[in-house]
Structures are given as C-alpha cells and as structure tokens.
Write a protein that binds this ligand. Sequence first.
Ligand code: AQP
Length: 333
Amino acid sequence: MAKKIFSGVQPTGNLHLGNYLGAIKNFVELQNEKDNNCIYCVVDLHAITLKQDPKELKNNIRETAATFLASGLNPNKSILFNQSLVPAHSEGSWILSCIGRMGWLNRMTQFKEKAGKDKEKASVGLYIYPILMAADIMLYDATHVPVGDDQKQHLELCRDIAQKFNNDYNVEDFLVPPEPLIQKQFSRIMSLKDGSKKMSKSDVSDLSRINLKDSKDLIINKIKKAKTDPHPIPNIVEELENRPEAENLLGIYSSLKNQNINTTLKEFGGKNFSELKTNLSEQLIDKISPMAKEINKLLNDPAYLDKILLDGAEKANDIAENKVKEMKKIIGF
Ligand code: AQP
C-alpha cells in the first residue's frame, strides 16, 4: 500500500552513522518503493532548541541537505526542504501546543536526557519540541514516519495529540495519527565508547561516533579504539546479552551488509574482536568514503543546495499552508 512519509533530521552538525543507519538509509528505501509520497525535512527550527552559532547553522543546513542527496534522496522523487522556510510549521505547532498536555510532555525521556540535571535552565523550545514534531508530521497527513528507536515516544505523543484534536473539535480523522517505521534490527546505534549510550552528535568525544564525513584513516582509528570486552565473539545471539559493545559492533556490521545478526555470528563466532574490527572498518570505508566525497563536492556549490531546498519548500508550503487554513477554520478563527 502507498504510504505518505514524513521525517526530519536536525542540522546540528556531524551527521553520523546512527543517523544514517537508524534513519536516512530507510528514507532512501521508502523513496524507492513504488507509489510512496515522501517528504524529508532539514528540521532547523528543532535545532535552535539548543544554542546554535548562526554561521555554523547555515552551513549545517546545507550539509544536511548534501547528506540527503549523497545518501540517495532524489529531489525529483521526494520533497526535500528546510523547515524554517515553511511558516505553517510554527503556526501549526502553536495550535497543537494548546492541545498537548503538560503531563504528556513531562513523560518525555529525551527532554530529561537533553536537559540534564539543570532542567530550569533548558529552553522552553526543548520542552515543547515534540509538539513541533507533531505539527511537522500532521501538516502533511503523513501516515508513516521513519525514525530511529529514540523517537518512538514522540510518535506516541503525536498520536495522542491527533486523537485529542479530533475529539475536542469533533472532526473525525482530520488529523492523521501516524505510525512510526522503526527498523526491526539495529534501530539504535550505540556510542563506540559506551554501549549503553546512543551514538549522538552532541557527545563531547568524537571517538564515540563515526561521522559521515570521516576520512578512511579516522574510521580505522575510531574502530580500532572502539570499546569491546575480553571475551571472544559468541556463536549465538543469546550470548550477546549484557555485552552491549559487542552487540553494537556486530549490529553495525550486519546493518551495513544488510544481513541479520545470525549470519554475522556465523562469520565471526569464536574469533577475536581484531578480526571483526578489520572487516568492519572495510565495510564502513566502502559505504562512507564515497558518501563523504559526494557531500564535500555538493558543499562546494551552496547555490545548488539552496535552490533544491527552496524548490522543495515551495511544494511543502502548498500542502502545509492549506492544512493550517483548515485547522483555523475548525478552531473558529
Ligand atoms: N544513535 C542512533 N541510532 C539510530 N538512530 C538514530 N538517530 C539519531 N541517533 C541515532 C535518528 O536519526 C534521525 C535524525 O536525528 P536528529 O538529528 O533529528 O536528532 P537526534 O535523534 O537528537 O540525533 P542526535 O545525533 O542524538 O543529535 P543530538 O546529539 O544533537 O541530540 C532520527 O530519526 C533519529 O531517531
């Protein structure tokens, strides 16, 4: 069945392997499935929930667009744009913030993680980020949202908001509650330094992640230094329990090779990590180096990237503006 797809990536720099394997790789597969309508957004309004340097933000917006293109997204097949060019996202977000409940937002674990110990100092934007995300998705009547496992809770909130809006205003099916599309395997890529933490752009240690622009040498070095444990690689998946670093490296290898973990365990069971690491580095270099080259090439032509985003924003605006108009009519404006 044809799906309406929406998803976004924040232009906060250092797009990494987790963003690629957890989300962008899936974006490309969905784009290439027959009849799907796909919209992929550089969510720059989300990025400013944490302080950004204006110059860097501008570069990061282009770099995220370049990463989309280098990964295989095609502006003739998908709508690609950046969020701040479409005012309906901000307007829709305000309306939905009057529907969402404080109690619902208080349960969001990502806010707790990102705000850290000093919640009082976090921006209000960071707190209501899931509401903006709900507007992003529902302005396009998206039926499916490909995301990493970390976004599952935000999608559940989005469905609650849709239901409450439709009930409060007695407009059955007006807002479409979206389904998350989370990869069955390897949906959360973990830090190379700590298997209990997700790989993240904002981790202070660059050794914790493989960035999509890393050079071959850097990839080899980071994988060499990746944390492991003293035991050999097991033959069966059950024996990976309580071995998060081993599970993560084997998961990354499997995901890059599009194979399940059992096949990978057949390849490496009983061997030591140095053999896995050598093979993993090769796979990463095969996948990432051509992408890095293409990203750098595209970044040399900022006018081209800006044009892609602007053209996409015009198409997105036509859809989103119309949905907000309907929302306003329902509300009584
Ligand atoms: N480690 C991960 N494993 C799998 N998927 C991941 N995603 C992010 N990290 C992982 C998925 O990538 C998409 C885009 O994410 P984002 O850039 O919008 O925001 P994020 O989830 O906050 O990513 P980061 O890297 O953790 O950024 P910072 O450090 O700035 O917060 C999403 O679909 C996400 O699930």
